[in-house]
Write a protein of this length. Structure first.
Length: 320
């Protein structure tokens, strides 16, 4: 009898936890904050998870109040009783309860420039990659040199060691997991969009086309030099920038905030001197070209700058 009461209690706690996750997801969906964590194309999965958690939570709570032994035991021959001490159970359930409680207690924060300092930034389309530091370059050079010397001393032994290294590394899956679909733009999407942009004297970078527009401008910057550009983003500065230089940046999400990438447009203007990191602006200017760290990049010569509030949807996504 005591064992049954213990089993009922654990069912009840599990049901409460599931209902808690349901309420947290429901809260984020209703107030719109869910887009601060996932891309819109992932919303069907969130709706499914919310409904599933609710159903499972209700079933667990209902079973916890049942007096029928068959509602607690499935008669499969296995022992389903919870093992371990009460402290172990408390610690285990805390792993699920704490995220739910903190989700209700703390406000939702948007990624800012402090994240850029840790991850780095992708200028324009993201084709720009910051060159390695002198120390990193020297280390890479020494590594390549030592491998070359090792090969010259004993080619057969070197190739044997190389095969062992490769064999010890788990390769990428040849197929995507079931249900996973790679999102690709429709055929000729970029070609059509490029022609539309080339016909315009002023290009307004809309959020739903931010990534493809910046891709096109970055790859074909010479064809867009002299055109007007209007863009929205937050301010970010790197250490080697002049007082007039800023990056107008946005965070882009593919699936969720964990895989967020930072996209930025290198810009300059007299009105940017007093701006601080993370201030949101709407900038208008003329596209030019600059070489930054040996990479050709689009460069926005700002003519108009307006301070704005953070948009309701601060992140950008790929919409096709």
């Amino acid at each position: 009898m005591e064992i049954n009461r213990d089993q009922h209690f654990h069912m009840y706690i599990r049901g409460i936890i599931l209902i808690g996750f349901t309420m947290l997801l429901f809260k984020l969906i209703v107030n719109g904050d869910i887009i601060n964590f996932i891309a819109p194309r992932m919303m069907p999965f969130i709706y499914f998870a919310t409904g599933t958690f609710l159903l499972m939570g209700v079933i667990q709570i209902w079973r916890s109040g049942s007096k029928k032994v068959d509602d607690v035991h499935c008669d499969c021959g296995a022992d389903h009783h919870v093992k371990g001490s009460s402290i172990k159970s408390i610690l285990l359930y805390s792993l699920f309860i704490i995220p739910v409680v903190t989700g209700f207690m703390f406000s939702n924060n948007v990624l800012d420039s402090s994240v850029i300092e840790k991850r780095g930034i992708k200028y324009g389309s993201g084709l720009y990659t910051k060159p390695p530091s002198p120390e990193e370059a020297k280390a890479l050079e020494q590594s390549d040199t030592s491998r070359a010397e090792e090969y010259l001393k004993n080619p057969d032994e070197y190739m044997e060691n190389l095969d062992q290294e490769i064999a010890g590394v788990e390769g990428p899956p040849l197929e995507h997991p079931e249900g996973f679909e790679v999102q690709e733009p429709p055929a000729e999407y970029y070609d059509v969009l490029k022609e539309e942009l080339l016909q315009k004297d002023k290009i307004v970078v809309e959020d739903d086309k931010y990534i493809p527009i910046m891709n096109i401008i970055d790859v074909n910057v010479d064809q867009f030099v002299g055109k007007e550009l209007e863009i929205v983003g937050f301010i970010y500065r790197e250490e080697d920038f002049t007082e007039n230089q800023v990056v107008i940046a946005r965070f882009g999400l593919s699936c969720c905030v964990a895989d967020a990438s930072i996209y930025g447009t290198l810009s300059t203007g007299e009105m940017t001197k007093d701006l601080e990191n993370d201030q949101w602006v709407r900038a208008k200017g003329t596209i030019s070209q600059i070489t930054y760290n040996d990479w050709p990049l689009p460069y926005l010569q700002i003519t108009e700058l307006e301070l704005i509030d953070q948009p309701k949807e601060p992140y950008i996504y790929e919409y096709y």
